[in-house]
Design a protein around this ligand. Structure first.
Ligand SMILES: *[C@@H]1O[C@H](CO)[C@@H](O)[C@H](O)[C@H]1NC(C)=O
Ligand SMILES: *[C@@H]1O[C@H](CO)[C@@H](O)[C@H](O)[C@H]1NC(C)=O
Ligand SMILES: *[C@@H]1O[C@H](CO)[C@@H](O)[C@H](O)[C@H]1NC(C)=O
Length: 388
């Protein structure tokens, strides 16, 4: 083997040292080539994993065994790392940007405009106008998630003088579980933090759920300064959100939309994927800029604008993409947060220092939420200078 190489791979005049040197260069080149392919042509990675990077994370039943889960997590991290470290990836090649007009004209179905409220809280803003409303998408049967949020980042009286309102967004139970309609009504009577409309609570109806929240704000709390829409498995550092990102002392902004900023993402055309987007529903090659549905924050004026414009845009089931389409039609550009690290679509490894300086982290079980929230409260302001 090596004598073959010596005879056939190098010009005869090269001495042994030059040959060894050239051979090492060749090996390095091959290595670099594979790294380049991995980082720049993500089609080489399993589709499911890329999906997670492209839209939003939900780690239910994607992988079966513990081993493949660990491997997939490592790969996810690698993908995120590579995406994060090469922003120009997002601007890759000139692809046709679809206009909302195109989507609208291409349309199949007529929007069902409004599902009636089963449970409502029309008086939440009567006495005074809140600074922040938290809209939290949660399924009816996820009682423990709601309980954990009520005891942690969803507490409405966390900060002196800053009025916060939280609302859990529910549809009708689609799984026929033990959490009966009556149980939800009882829970609502106890906490007054649930709104529910008459649509099936499924993943593909999340857009309806978000629009329910927009409708509620436009109707019952139009003067709120800011809104955050997030999910039930999120860790939200409400303090950092309020004092570092939104700043109650400053004049409220308008036409402001931020979160985990996603620009230059292409529709997923793999029919087996949870994030599959049929070309007939969205013909464009690229989505408009949007913010991941795991947690985005926007100024109060936008709720009504988004709701109204949504009436003329056929619903796409990917709610965060859909809100991006609405914003594009409104001519409003979502912006990245002041620090990229504020919003996270993955679970950020817990440390007091890091968690004092982020707004969101993903994939928390209710018990973990309680544990880490309490730990953070005991170590507030480690590494940060948040007032109060
Ligand atoms: C990022 O990716 C682009 C295109 O894929 C490439 O041209 C550029 O050199 C890369 N930049 C870095 C810093 O790796
Ligand atoms: C969404 O909700 C409507 C109304 O309940 C229901 O008819 C429809 O099947 C649901 N869609 C999905 C995809 O679950
Ligand atoms: C919102 O503000 C407008 C103008 O300042 C005011 O007329 C209206 O009554 C307020 N609405 C609520 C629900 O507070």
């Amino acid at each position: 083997m090596s004598s073959w190489r010596r005879r056939h791979c190098f010009p005869l005049g090269w001495n042994w040292h030059t040959r060894r040197f050239m051979f090492h260069c060749f090996v390095l080149l091959v290595l670099f080539f594979f790294m380049f392919v991995l980082f720049h042509n993500n089609r080489w990675l399993p589709r499911q994993i890329m999906d997670k990077g492209i839209i939003q994370v939900d780690n239910t039943n994607s992988f079966q065994s513990k081993e493949s889960e660990t491997i997939s997590k490592m790969l996810q991290k690698l993908v995120v790392f590579s995406l994060k470290n090469n922003r120009s990836y997002h601007k890759k090649v000139l692809r046709q940007r679809v206009t909302t007009a195109e989507i609208t004209s291409n349309r199949v179905s007529q929007n069902t405009l409004h599902y009636g409220y089963i449970i409502n809280e029309p008086d939440k803003c009567q006495k005074s106008t809140p600074f922040l409303i938290l809209l939290i998408a949660v399924e009816p049967q996820q009682l423990s998630a709601r309980e954990a949020i009520r005891q942690t980042w969803g507490k409405e009286d966390l900060f002196h003088g800053i009025l916060i309102v939280k609302l859990f967004l529910l549809g009708r139970d689609s799984k026929g579980t033990d959490r009966t309609d009556q149980a939800i009504v009882d829970e609502s009577n106890q906490y007054h933090d649930i709104i529910q409309q008459d649509y099936l609570d499924t993943y593909n109806n999340l857009t309806i759920k978000t629009l329910m929240g927009m409708h509620w704000i436009a109707t019952f709390c139009p003067n709120v300064s800011y809104i955050m829409k997030t999910d039930s498995d999120m860790f939200v550092n409400t303090e950092h959100l309020i004092y570092r990102l939104l700043k109650p002392d400053a004049a409220p902004q308008t036409n402001y939309f931020t979160g985990y900023f996603m620009k230059g993402y292409a529709p997923n055309r793999n029919k087996n994927s949870k994030w599959y987007m049929p070309p007939e529903l969205y013909p464009g090659d690229l989505y408009p800029p949007f913010c991941s549905g795991t947690g985005y924050v926007f100024s109060g004026d936008l709720a009504e604008k988004i709701y109204k414009v949504s009436l003329s845009i056929p619903r796409l089931h990917l709610e965060d993409v859909y809100i991006g389409v609405c914003l594009e039609k409104l001519g409003i550009k979502p912006v990245p947060p002041p620090k990229e690290s504020y919003f996270n679509i993955w679970r950020v490894y817990y440390s007091d220092c890091v968690y004092n300086q982020i707004v969101t982290s993903h994939q928390f079980q209710p018990s973990e939420l309680l544990k880490y929230w309490n730990q953070l409260q005991q170590n507030r302001h480690v590494c940060s200078k948040t007032p109060k």
